[in-house]
Design a protein around this ligand. Sequence first.
Ligand code: SAM
Length: 458
Amino acid sequence: METFIQIDHIEALLKHHFNPTESEVLSALNHAKEGKGLTYDEIAVLLNTEDEILLQQIFKTAGEIKDKIYGNRVVLFAPLYISDYCKNNCTYCGYKRDNIFPRRKLSREEIHQEVKVLEALGHKRLALEVGEDEDNCPFDYVLDAIDWIYEAGDIRRINVNIAATTVDNYKRLHGKKIGTYILFQETYHRPTYEKLHPQSLKGDYERQLYAHHRAMEGGIEDVGGGVLYGLYPNWKFEVLAQIMHNEDLERTSGVGFHTISIPRLKKAVGMELDQFEKGITDFEFKRIVTILRLALPYTGMILSTRETQEIRTDLIHHGISQVSAGSQTGVGSYSESQEDSQVTTQFEVSDDRSPIEVIKSLLKMDFLPSYCTACYRMGRTGDAFMEIVKAGRIGEMCHPNALMTLNEYCLQYGDDELRKLVDDFTQKELALIKNLVLKAKVTENIRLIKLGVKDLYV
Ligand code: SAM
């Protein structure tokens, strides 16, 4: 079947713009500065730029675009793995069916325990993760698990990263109060995709490729995509393909990706990194993040703890708008003592700082950590959300909400150092709110939050 990803077309674009001139690069960058995205030709030009000075200009412009559209906010979340049953055999994944280890799914009580630990870390936003196994981990279980998470305490947004499924199932998922439905294509290069996902449901390239379309047909308005960088060495191909995917979603469903995750392949049980042809270097990774930021200025960009503190710190200056913190990638891992944990994790993490450490480091760099979960509860989803972003108005909502959630976090979990950082930061940021009515409201809300009122937002 012919899809919107045509290998020949992408390869021809990259070939045509091989070795671009300085003026072509500068012209693409000037267009990017308008914050309206880029044409495929311009993206191919930027992807093929090798000149060190021009590359630095790409990085700088991506940082400026991020700042202009997202301001200094960085949203925090954590993954929650509830089942490691999996019938797929993705060659790169610790949960592949060929890996023999005691598998499990969490009971309602175990989910409550995990949520308690996540809450004690201050989390309000989770990404729910499961393997694919309809017998041992039925779709109904996942739907129940969402209720169990919400009933356990004060988690306010659950993004759901589960395998591709049917429109009917997506409708049922939409019936639960979820944030974004996330699914990674892993690689857009069909021959590589088919080789890396042998004899399994997930091995059906089209089933994966059109999953977000089906999710939107099922009523889910916010969907997230991603490439697992490092599976297919030609990252330039993947970037262009990801943007074509975004465009096809816009064309058919009226709105593209709400978020794009940028995971990079890590060592996992049962696989070695040198099984894969050639990894993605840190520098190439930065090129990927920044060009995606220029091409999709309004799309949230997510970086996980697969990356080191140094890389995460650098990339939030150049495009990343959401990061996970304090993550565990095994089922039941949050409640287990880490020293004697027997849990098989999906892959290794590289940044093991706790959320409070991440928050302090963000504040010290003048970033505003956010636990905001207002959007989907205020109906700011899908194209309604995108219209607000494109009109440059998210700052009026997201910025105050970030400040309020930061103060709520600080009251509950802060130490002396954090309290000082947050108080100083709050004064500085309040002074920047130009709308006096809004400023008065946020000031009053922060006063109430300090008295113990929770979950205030605009
Ligand atoms: N099982 C679902 C699916 O197939 O889409 C949920 C996804 S899984 C819990 C989350 C993601 O982890 C996968 O989509 C994959 O990109 C990523 N992942 C798997 N193995 C990895 C590895 N070795 N290194 C980094 N990321 C990995």
